[in-house]
Design a protein. Sequence first.
Length: 209
Amino acid sequence: MSTVTIFDHPLIKHKLTLIRDKNTGNKEFRQLIEEVATLMAYEATRDLPCVEIEVETPLGKTVGYQISGKKLGIVPVLRAGLGMVDGILNVIPAAKVGHVGLYRDPETLQPVEYYCKLPKDASERMIFVLDPMLATGGSASAAIQFLKDRGVTNIKFLCIIASPEGVEVLQREHPDVDIYVAALDEGLNDHAYIVPGLGDAGDRLFGTK
């Protein structure tokens, strides 16, 4: 079974409160989502292996460390996942970026892929799938499956707010994918929105209704 990491850092708690506030405007909302994503990236990369290297400072030689053997990539789920991309790139600027686009079929209610563009060497990379909300888990699970179908085997999922229902689905369908969330909320309402949540992340990021 995959692990679920729920962040307990004061900075994330503070910023998440502002993100939830319905009076927070689009510009500030976008900035806060980016900042939380940056903070989450530190924890999600905690297990990256390092090797010792020798460097020379202006005063002499010393032993330092560099990340070893891990190529990284990030794949936002369109469209809301785009809001987290720059936050991750702030600390992993060399990561390659792919994109997955999904919509829900109105008759079958199943996620349907309409766009998928990945780095050519995605199968050789640790891929972080980004989506601010993990509600029912259907879209996240489908996006991860699309990556697996293309040979990606090393995947982590990062989201701002998750529901217990979404976490359960993701763990059941992808027990090899670790989950990182800033907050685990109460659950879903009758319209499959996370409660108390933050509303529609895409609309609040891009100013649409």
